[in-house]
Design a protein around this ligand. Sequence first.
Ligand SMILES: [Zn+2]
Length: 55
Amino acid sequence: MECPECGANLTIPDDASVGEIISCPDCGADYEISKKDGSNVELKQAESVGEDWGE
Ligand SMILES: [Zn+2]
C-alpha cells in the first residue's frame, strides 16, 4: 500500500479492519480503511478533526 500523499510505503496490519486509521510514517497523513477484501485495501482520507493546534 502506498501513501497517496507522498508515495511512502504504508504497512496495513493483517488484522486491520474497516474504519481503522493508518498514519503515514513519512508525511503524517491519516487514512481510514474504507474497504478491505483480503489483501485488497482501500483507503480514504481521514477526517481532519482537531488539527487546529495552538489556537
Ligand atoms: Zn505519506
